[in-house]
Design a protein around this ligand. Sequence first.
Ligand SMILES: Cc1cc2nc3c(=O)[nH]c(=O)nc-3n(C[C@H](O)[C@H](O)[C@H](O)COP(=O)(O)O)c2cc1C
Length: 163
Amino acid sequence: MKVDSRTFRKALGCFPTGVAVVTTLDSQGKPVGVTISSFTSVSLEPPLVLFCLANTSGNLADFKASGHFAVNVLREDQRELSMRFAGRGADKWAEVPRTTWETGSPIIGQCLANLDCRVVAVHEGGDHLIFVGEVDRLEYGTAGQPLIYFRGDYAALGNTTLP
Ligand SMILES: Cc1cc2nc3c(=O)[nH]c(=O)nc-3n(C[C@H](O)[C@H](O)[C@H](O)COP(=O)(O)O)c2cc1C
């Protein structure tokens, strides 16, 4: 059966994800950031995570060259940040609080969690590249709700209690 890409996208949209901004530095040391939902854990020991970046991303070369990235997990009130880093606006970084830790990748403030990673492998995956990183340092908060992406739109966690 040939899977058409529209149906494929719709089916994948049934799997809810969080939203993160992956960041690195370009060759001039300027911050770079892209909104992603393709973030997942890979290994506990060593601590590995991955994300997938489209071959068409204008920032692909920067992530390949720098050898490091940070994953900034967004809160539900950071939807504007998600939209900004999913676009090609002039100054994505205006008024975004940020710092750096071990690798130099931008660590965005007020996120649910931040993970500073060194690239340990890059795999081809169809029209994306899969970046695998070893986590050097991380921080997370126990308060706050995540920004969710579901069926092609933003969503929030419901307050329902599971049986
Ligand atoms: C919620 C959300 C999740 C996304 N997830 C990914 C992803 O996992 N990988 C990817 O390559 N692009 C993803 N995108 C699209 C990129 O954010 C978008 O293509 C961005 O414009 C790429 O910017 P660049 O070309 O400047 O790198 C996502 C967009 C949104 C809104």
